[in-house]
Design a protein around this ligand. Structure first.
Ligand code: HEM
Length: 343
């Protein structure tokens, strides 16, 4: 078999384009690993949708059934862990992007598209927690509706009385399994388009000549894809192991009118804001996180000197990480508070 001819005939030869040498490291494979985890979550989610019942009267029982049936329990664990590890990889991918200055022009647009992906992933994760329809899921949707109420007419669509024809749970199910997934794929396509269009960014302090030399080396995208393939295989084993040995839990069936759970970990940084000023704190905290992430591309546009830029970025990242860990710890140790006054 002539592999060169086969590569040409299948178009695979197009994947042998050169990438900088540093692109072939784990740090520059984190976006790909994030994608791998989310593809795993999509696949297992599609399978699980054959066993889940998106109606308020049957949802919890169907999740209980899934959790107590051996093969299905593994499937649910796989979905849970691939989503959580995907989120973790996403955070580390963002960190890599920020500390290597990859948000600088011309990749500012890639960064903004990435922020769009982050928002959609938050929504997909959130709607997923609601679907369990246990106490935590129920409290999550209650908070979501309360936040949307603060948004006036814009938030009216996410209220129970928006329609009498179906339940809030069925609508969340539709969002989780179709609308948000389609939006995710559409934004992802443009993220990947821009990554390919601009090429992988140079390392911090790398001169144009050094970058060109590393581009002319032996590293091709196919080589990077092979590394990503090996890392993904390792990730698959980790997800599988976690699913087998640490199956996700389930609270008791939803009891309206009580508040006894904390949200899932990606939302922990918002809890202290909520405890401080009530439901509006969730909105306030989200705006602060968004503004924080917008600072980097703005700095990339306004600061000229590379040294000044990286010093400023490292200072802001360090403060951000310290504040984030502090908020996580506060949420972990503080008791659950009620935010709906009347209960
Ligand atoms: C589901 C979410 C995401 C996926 C699947 C994803 C995927 C990827 C992939 C595969 C790359 C190629 C290089 C690498 O792996 O490091 C990349 C690069 C990049 N991503 Fe993401 N990404 C996501 C979210 C984000 C977010 C939230 C941001 C920032 C706010 C972001 C900003 C960037 C930038 C600026 C690059 C170019 C990096 C460079 O040229 O060095 N991405 N992304």
């Amino acid at each position: 078999m002539d592999f060169e001819k086969l590569k040409k005939a299948t178009g695979l030869s197009a994947l042998y384009y050169h990438v900088p040498r540093h692109a072939n490291t784990i740090w520059y494979s984190l976006g790909g690993l994030t994608l791998f985890c989310f593809i795993m979550a999509m696949g297992s989610g599609i399978l699980m949708s054959q066993f889940y019942s998106p109606s308020p009267s049957t949802a919890y029982a169907s999740v209980k059934y899934i959790s107590s049936t051996p093969g299905l329990q593994l499937l649910r664990g796989f979905h849970f862990w691939s989503a959580n590890l995907g989120f973790l990889m996403l955070i580390i991918h963002m960190l890599r992007v920020i500390i290597t200055g990859a948000f600088r022009p011309p990749r500012t647009i890639t960064y903004f598209v990435g922020l769009g992906l982050l928002m959609v992933i938050f929504m997909i994760y959130f709607t997923g927690t609601v679907l369990r329809w246990d106490q935590e899921g129920y409290e999550a949707i209650t908070h979501f509706m309360a936040v949307n109420k603060l948004l006036g007419p814009i938030g009216a669509i996410f209220q129970e009385d928006f329609t009498l024809s179906t339940s809030m749970l069925s609508r969340v199910f539709a969002l989780h399994t179709s609308a948000l997934q389609i939006i995710f794929i559409a934004i992802l396509v443009s993220h990947i388009f821009y990554i390919k269009y601009f090429g992988i960014s140079p390392k911090p302090y790398q001169t144009e000549e050094e970058y060109q030399v590393s581009l002319d080396g032996k590293t091709t995208f196919m080589g990077h894809a092979k590394l990503l393939g090996m890392l993904s295989a390792g990730m698959f084993i980790i997800i599988f192991g976690l699913a087998a040995f640490f199956p996700p839990g389930l609270f008791h069936a939803a009891k309206p009118g009580i508040e006894v759970t904390k949200p899932a970990w990606p939302f922990w940084l918002l809890v202290p804001f909520e405890n401080l000023i009530g439901i509006a704190g969730i909105l306030f905290g989200s705006v602060i996180v968004g503004a924080y992430l917008l600072v980097f591309p703005v700095l990339g546009l306004v600061i000229r000197g590379e040294k000044t830029l990286f010093r400023t970025v490292y200072a802001i990242v360090s403060v951000g990480l310290i504040v984030w860990f502090a908020l996580m710890i506060i949420t972990y140790i503080s008791p659950v508070q009620s935010h709906f006054g009347s209960h």
